[in-house]
Design a protein around this ligand. Structure first.
Ligand code: C2E
Ligand code: MG
Ligand code: MG
Ligand code: MG
Length: 276
């Protein structure tokens, strides 16, 4: 009986696996198609000086709409990474950013755009030169493009350190994204030599609640300061959260629905225009 049951279970699992694979394959094929048709777009979310609300940067976030349905990046980025499509996707995002924002970046030299890159970009020895070429063509300074990497892609500290140094030497600021959600992040911080961290929204959301983990946020901030790192707080949604982070000295930057949701290039460019 056990064997029969096991076989039936195995059969069911195999069917589910085939369905999953098929679904995955089609997502991969659809993504490949969307990329070749240049159908991905980019939205921009303001990053502000929390104390004043003034935009200091914007994060570029890739968007994919198919048959009237938005497919979230958390779904298709991992597919792109597995399918070897991520380098193309990153270049596609960069090209969108440059065609949308080159003029605004030129007019606002203190403003920068932050782009998410994957491990495959970070460890691609040609990535920095490729990016530099495009920036030069668009007449955008390297230091106006920051790069966000995940803790996961820094798992091998020695390799990551070298790759980070290559990009920093070209003038790009490097931020560790979703900081605090990975492993051994605190110990690695000193070694990696990045410019800043983006504190994950799961930590931000403990502010203004009675949660015990509220005490972790000051610890992360103190440690980042001790390493001389810039701080961006992600996921600020409430005025209580804003007030908490606005009171910190030296200042931190922040990002979240309270300040602005990801929106079209037009919206972020309007926010940059001086008030007439
Ligand atoms: P991320 O880089 O941490 O980006 C921030 C995410 O948090 C975005 O989700 C943004 O819309 C969302 N967010 C911003 N403010 C708030 C808030 O106040 N509350 C909440 N609940 N969420 C907020 P999105 O656009 O869905 O992107 C998800 C993730 O997909 C990104 O997380 C990033 O890891 C990845 N991603 C997005 N665009 C790209 C890209 O061009 N390349 C790569 N490699 N990854 C990307
Ligand atoms: Mg990011
Ligand atoms: Mg993040
Ligand atoms: Mg994230």
């Amino acid at each position: 009986i056990i064997t029969t049951f096991g076989a039936a279970l195995g059969g069911a699992a195999a069917v589910i696996l085939i369905l999953l694979q098929r679904n995955n394959l089609s997502l991969k094929a659809r993504l490949q198609h969307a990329l070749s048709q240049n159908r991905l777009t980019v939205e921009y979310q303001p990053i502000v000086d929390v104390a004043t609300g003034r935009p200091v940067a914007a994060e570029a976030l890739v968007r994919w709409r198919e048959n009237g349905e938005w497919i979230p990046p958390d779904v298709f980025i991992p597919v792109a990474e597995k399918a070897g499509l991520i380098n193309r996707l990153t270049i596609c995002v960069i090209d969108h950013v440059l065609s949308d924002m080159a003029a605004s970046l030129d007019a606002n030299p203190d403003f920068h755009i932050s782009i998410n890159i994957s491990a495959a970009d970070l460890f691609d020895r040609h990535f920095g030169a490729l990016l530099a070429l495009r920036l030069k063509e668009a007449n955008v300074a390297n230091n106006q493009i920051a790069l966000e990497i995940t803790e996961r892609s820094t798992a091998n500290a020695a390799d990551a350190k070298e790759a980070i140094e290559r990009l920093r030497s070209r003038g790009h600021k490097i931020y560790i994204d979703d900081f605090g959600t990975g492993y051994s992040s605190l110990a690695y911080l000193g070694e990696l030599n990045v410019d800043g961290i983006k504190i994950d929204k799961s930590f931000t959301q403990t502010i203004g609640t009675s949660s015990v983990s509220v005490s972790i946020v000051p610890q992360i901030i103190d440690m980042a300061r001790a390493h001389g790192l810039a701080i961006v707080v992600e996921g600020i949604e409430t005025t209580a959260q804003r007030d908490y982070f606005a009171a910190l000295k030296p200042k931190v930057d922040g990002q979240g629905w309270l300040f602005g949701r990801p929106a079209s290039a037009i919206t972020i460019k309007k926010a940059l225009e001086p008030v007439a």
